[in-house]
Design a protein around this ligand. Structure first.
Ligand SMILES: [Zn+2]
Length: 192
């Protein structure tokens, strides 16, 4: 999978495509599916795959959206102001519970699934109806030139992380002024 923070460029890109969307909701939504990974590895190792419920469409649009909305409204302003020094009032303002915020959380979750779907060797997208191991990422298949799915996954992983990593750097370099505010709020409030 792409390293979780590397899902950020997709969230950022969506917020630029449609400026009405809520960047914090998109960011949190695009990170949330991966919170199940350590949990599944620790408690269900060998029993269940390490991607499952939150990486399924059904889980993403229900539990995923619920957790993302909760985190965006209640935790995001506290954590981002604490760790990045972004103004708490501005964060509270942008993280108010609105239909657009919930929609943005949903889009964040769905685009996380989409990116994983391209480059993951198994995908629980249609779980519990279709076995995750029957859905192999298109990029994995395309790069398994020698028919080796494991090697195809390694190549897809490196390629995806390289592209999203470079996009992260480009976004960072592009946002020198009020860096953290641009990154976590999405717009600069000129009247300070
Ligand atoms: Zn994932």
């Amino acid at each position: 999978m792409p390293i979780t923070p590397f899902h950020y460029p997709v969230a950022w890109g969506l917020s630029k495509l449609d400026k009405r969307l809520n960047l914090p909701g998109l960011i949190v939504g695009s990170f949330i599916p991966d919170i199940e990974v350590p949990f599944l590895i620790i408690f269900f190792h060998g029993v269940l795959p390490d991607h499952l419920i939150l990486h399924s469409l059904i889980g993403a649009v229900t539990i995923g959206v619920f957790i993302s909305t909760f985190v965006t409204v209640l935790l995001y302003p506290i954590l981002v102001s604490m760790f990045f020094g972004v103004d708490r009032v501005k964060l509270n303002e942008v993280c108010r519970l609105t239909p657009v915020l919930v929609l943005s959380c949903m889009l964040g979750n769905l685009f996380h699934l989409l990116l994983d779907l391209l480059m993951h060797p198994f995908n629980p997208t249609l779980w519990p109806f279709i076995d995750p191991y029957n859905i192999v990422g298109i990029l994995v298949l395309a790069l398994a030139i020698d028919g080796d799915i494991g090697l195809g996954f390694q190549r897809a992983n490196i390629l995806t992380n390289a592209i999203t990593g470079l996009l992260m750097i480009a976004i960072l370099l592009n946002s020198r002024r009020n860096l953290w505010e641009l990154i976590f709020v999405g717009k600069i409030y000129l009247k300070d």
